[in-house]
Every structure is written in C-alpha cells, then in structure tokens.
Design a protein around this ligand. Structure first.
Ligand code: NAD
Ligand code: ZN
Length: 356
C-alpha cells in the first residue's frame, strides 16, 4: 500500500509498505478524512522526536473499518469511526494511575507518526480498537470529525488543566487550531474575560466567534505588559500556552496571578539534546514560591473522550469546522496539505483532505 512518510529529518515522500496486520484486539482502518498537524511539522522539519526513517506520517483521521480482530466486540467492518490521535494501551500501569497519554514513558500514548506508521496510508492499524475508536455520529461531517480527534481534544485539555472558575480571566497564547480550541474550551468552562494572543486575521475572526473578548497582538509589544495593562495590573487567573517557542513561558509567568494555572499544550519542538531546557522567569515565578503552577499534558485519546467531544459538536456547543480553511479532495493531496501546514500562509488555520 501507499503512504506519505517522513524519509528522514527534513525529508518527506511517498513510499510503499505492507498493509498492517490486525491482532485480535485491533482494527485496520481506511481513512476517509485526514488532517496534517503542526506536530508533524515539528517531527519532520525540526527532528523533534529524533530521527525516523520511512515512517508514515499523520495522526488525525476519520475512517472506515476494513478489518477487526477476533476479540473486538463493539465495531465491525464498514463502521465509520473517529480515530483519536492518541491511542493508549489501556491495560498499562500509567493508565491505571489515570495518565493514559503517558503509556510506557513520556508521551507514549502517541503512537501514530511517533512509534509506528501514522494515518497517512491507504490503511492504518488501531491498537485496542474497542477502547480507542468511537463511531462517527450520524449527521456529523467528516471535516468536523477530523477536527475532534486532536485539535478539540488538545485545546479542551488546556482549558480543563487550567482549572478555570466561573468568571475567571484567561489568556490563550497562540491562536492556531489548538489555541482556538482552547478558547472554545475556556468559554465552555465558564471563563469571563478571554484574551486571545495572536495576529492571523482569519484566526482572530474565529477566536471572537469561539468566545475571545480581547485580542492582543504579540507583534505590538510585550504580550504580558499589554495584558497586565488591560487588567489594571492584576493579570490573569489562567494561561493556556498554545504556540510560540520556549520563551513564551516568560510571558505566561509574567501575566499569571498568584494561584493561577499555566496549562501548556504547546509542543516545544526544537532542539534534540537531553540538556535542553525551557525558561521559567525566576522573579515572576516568585523565586519559585509564587503559587503559579505549570501543568503539561498530551492530547487525551480513547473512546469515551471522543464520544464526549462528539456530543459537544452534535449538541451545538462548538462548531470545529470554523477552523477548516482549506479542503482538498483525494489521497494524493496529503503532500500539499502538509506543506501548507509547514508554510502557514496567513489565510490558513487548518487544511483537511477528504478521501471520498
Ligand atoms: P499554529 O502554528 O497554527 O499556531 C500557533 C501560533 O502561535 C502561530 O500562529 C504562531 O505564529 C503563534 N505564536 C508564535 N509566537 C507567539 C507568541 N509569542 N505569542 C503568541 N502567539 C505566538 O499551531 P497549532 O496547530 O495551533 O499547534 C499549536 C501547538 O500545539 C504546536 O506546537 C503543536 O505541535 C502543539 N500540539 C500539541 C498537542 C498536545 O497534545 N499537547 C497536540 C496537538 C498539537
Ligand atoms: Zn497533532
């Protein structure tokens, strides 16, 4: 079968691979809608995970089940499913402790385009299908579905981790699809004022529709100072970091009040050494004693998560298709969509490739 792969750091291309094999609890899925992620860009062009050879890319998919293993009970060939970007092994120690995304080591629940071939193939493998798949609800578009599996799940996790209280003031730094989803999540969690920090006009428009009350451009001066000024010096109750390089944490800590949560959902992709660090500002962090908590997390996966996110879409709480700015038709367009994600033209939030 054909797949679009990372050949090595900095290089991608089409390759031929064997169709994946289906174990007793697994499923083999044929994609019907795919989306590239900024994480694919970090993986290929920044070598963020280290070198990978001939590994099929992609971890955002909706698809039709082609085959199921003998022990799979809830799904059958022909079912159209949401495939979470993160597909943990649900019988592991990390899952039992409540951290399924960290199965078998940091970010180990992230298998596609990390430890195994991703979803940009004619077929792809799903481990523990009964736990990791969810039916695409009737009436939900494939575009909406493919925005749920990573973008909504990650952005909403940011809002959940930020522990937003009713009426709290929140800042979301970075308004690509992940930050926009965080804005929608912050509104659902009950935020009062929501600062959206970003510049792309198309993103600003969607940020307002998702609930942003104030738009701040990081290109118009120091972000934290702008937000401190707008809040009369008080700062914000929660910060969700969804873009930028490691130095964005300087802004986050500076604008955060005592007692705040700084929920990082950004992937700090550059650098490969185990001595690499990210900066936390000593003074704005109260010399390590300011009650400002940095919380990290990898996109939650699994069936229940997908079903709940799907309900938010089905019952009109959020429309993820507002983030789809480019739609392509045909498997061959994956390459173009991935390069768009890399180049990030001003009119792009997220491209989707429909296969049928
Ligand atoms: P994106 O590139 O579309 O959006 C991020 C935006 O932040 C960009 O527009 C960028 O210009 C902007 N930015 C840069 N510096 C900034 C600054 N100082 N202040 C504010 N904004 C700034 O990316 P995306 O697709 O929305 O993804 C965001 C991040 O989330 C990526 O690093 C991605 O890899 C990561 N991600 C993480 C998870 C997870 O599980 N935690 C899942 C998916 C994606
Ligand atoms: Zn992703």
């Amino acid at each position: 079968m054909k797949g679009y792969a990372m050949l090595k750091i900095g290089e991608t291309g089409w390759i031929e691979k064997d169709r994946p094999k289906c174990g007793p609890r697994d499923a083999i899925v044929r994609p019907t809608a795919l989306a590239p992620c900024t994480s694919d860009v970090h993986t290929v062009w920044e070598g963020a995970l280290g070198d990978r050879h001939n590994m099929i890319l992609g971890h955002e998919a909706v698809g039709i089940i082609d085959e199921v293993g003998s022990e799979v009970q809830d799904f059958k060939p022909g079912d159209e499913v949401l495939v979470p970007a993160i597909t943990p092994d649900w019988d592991t120690e990390a899952c039992q402790r409540g951290f399924p995304s960290q199965t078998g080591g940091a970010c180990g629940g992230w298998k596609y385009s990390n430890f195994k071939d991703g979803v940009f193939g004619e077929f792809f493998h799903v481990n523990m299908a009964d736990n990791n798949l969810a039916i695409l609800p009737e009436g939900m578009s494939r575009e909406a579905g493919v925005m749920i599996v990573d973008m909504l799940s990650t952005g909403f996790m940011g809002a959940e981790n930020a522990a937003i209280e009713l009426g709290a003031t929140v800042a979301v730094l970075g308004i690509g699809a992940v930050g926009l989803s965080a804005i929608a999540g912050a509104r659902l969690e009950g935020a009062g004022r929501i600062f959206a920090v970003g510049t792309r006009p198309i993103s600003v428009e969607v940020a307002k529709k998702y609930g942003a009350t104030d738009i701040v451009s990081y290109k118009n001066g120091d972000t934290a100072e702008q937000i401190l000024e707008a809040t009369g010096g008080a700062g914000v109750d929660a910060v969700i970091v969804a873009g930028g390089g490691p130095e964005i944490l300087l802004d986050a800590f500076k604008m955060a009040k005592a007692g705040s949560k700084i929920a990082n959902i950004n992937y700090f992709g550059k650098g490969q050494g185990d001595k690499d660090t990210v900066p936390i500002p000593r003074i704005d962090w109260g010399f390590g004693m300011a009650d400002k908590d940095l919380i990290t997390g990898l996109c939650p996966g699994g069936k229940t998560r997908m079903e709940r996110l799907a309900d938010l879409v089905t019952y009109g709480r959020v429309d993820p298709t507002l983030m789809v700015t480019h739609t392509f038709k045909g498997f061959d367009k994956i390459e173009e969509a991935l390069f768009l994600m890399k180049e990030k033209p001003r009119d792009l939030i997220k491209p989707v490739v429909l296969l049928e």
